[in-house]
Design a binder for this molecule. Structure first.
Ligand SMILES: Nc1ncnc2c1ncn2[C@@H]1O[C@H](COP(=O)(O)OP(=O)(O)OP(=O)(O)O)[C@@H](O)[C@H]1O
Ligand SMILES: [Mg+2]
Ligand SMILES: [Zn+2]
Length: 217
């Protein structure tokens, strides 16, 4: 019986029972993998879409009305052209479409097979201390991370330490991170220095070094 992969000419020995059960016989693992590859790709795309649906608030799923000055493509491509930069710092005024653009950039990463997580900074700074280890574990290791509203945290010492450990890990391991904020990195440093002076410079300098800054008007 011929190998089940259409383009393969190899003949496979098939025992009577298997012929009776009409099993798909392949001459090798390579042929088997190749035969199933399109289905695997399709499954991955379906899974990536489902993950984006799960991560993304409904308002950002509405179709583009052309209003945002940062097109999805620009945000998505920014990290690639940035070369050695692993962090995209999207800064601009309220309601300018930063979060929406970032979520759509996230979709691109998901479609390319990356795992993704979102850290909403204002929610994160309300977390209990005993939740920190789980949060750090989840946000450190994902393929791409969105930290939304970076300047909306209450930067206590503990919270600053959490943010420092996540950013330090990701930057050291060259894992891409998207950040949105209403203020510059310099002003973010001032916010942190109010309650956690020892973390202000370490956080802001890491962000500044790793960042490509995109300004939304
Ligand atoms: N290009 C667009 N097409 C459709 N809706 C958009 C577009 N840009 C922004 N919006 C909508 O406008 C609102 C504000 O956008 P978004 O939340 O992304 O702004 P932001 O810059 O993150 O604001 P903030 O600084 O307050 O967090 C959202 O409801 C968003 O869905
Ligand atoms: Mg936002
Ligand atoms: Zn074969």
């Amino acid at each position: 019986m011929k190998c089940h992969r259409p383009s393969c000419p190899v003949t496979v020995e098939s025992p009577e029972t298997e012929r009776f059960l009409a099993l798909k016989l392949f001459c090798s693992d390579e042929c088997k993998r190749d035969f199933h590859a399109p289905k695997d790709r399709e499954d991955k795309i379906i899974a990536a879409r489902a993950r984006w649906e799960e991560l993304t608030p409904a308002v950002f799923k509405k179709p583009d009305d052309g209003r945002s000055p940062v097109a999805t493509a620009i945000v998505a491509d920014a990290l690639k052209v940035a070369g050695d930069k692993d962090l995209l710092y999207i800064v601009g005024p309220c309601r300018s479409g930063k979060s929406r653009s970032a979520y759509h950039a996230l979709k691109r990463f998901l479609m390319e097979g990356a795992s993704a997580e979102v850290g909403q900074i204002s929610d994160m700074s309300l977390a209990r201390y005993d939740e920190y280890a789980d949060i750090a574990d989840r946000l450190k290791h994902c393929g791409v991370l969105l930290l939304d509203d970076m300047d909306k945290g209450v930067y206590t010492e503990r919270f600053s330490q959490l943010i420092f450990s996540i950013l330090d890990w990701r930057i050291t391991h060259s894992l891409p991170t998207l950040v949105t904020a209403n203020v510059s990195i310099r002003i973010l440093e001032d916010y942190i220095s109010r309650n956690a002076p020892q973390f202000a410079k370490p956080i802001s300098s890491r962000i500044a070094e790793a960042s490509k800054v995109v300004e939304v008007k």
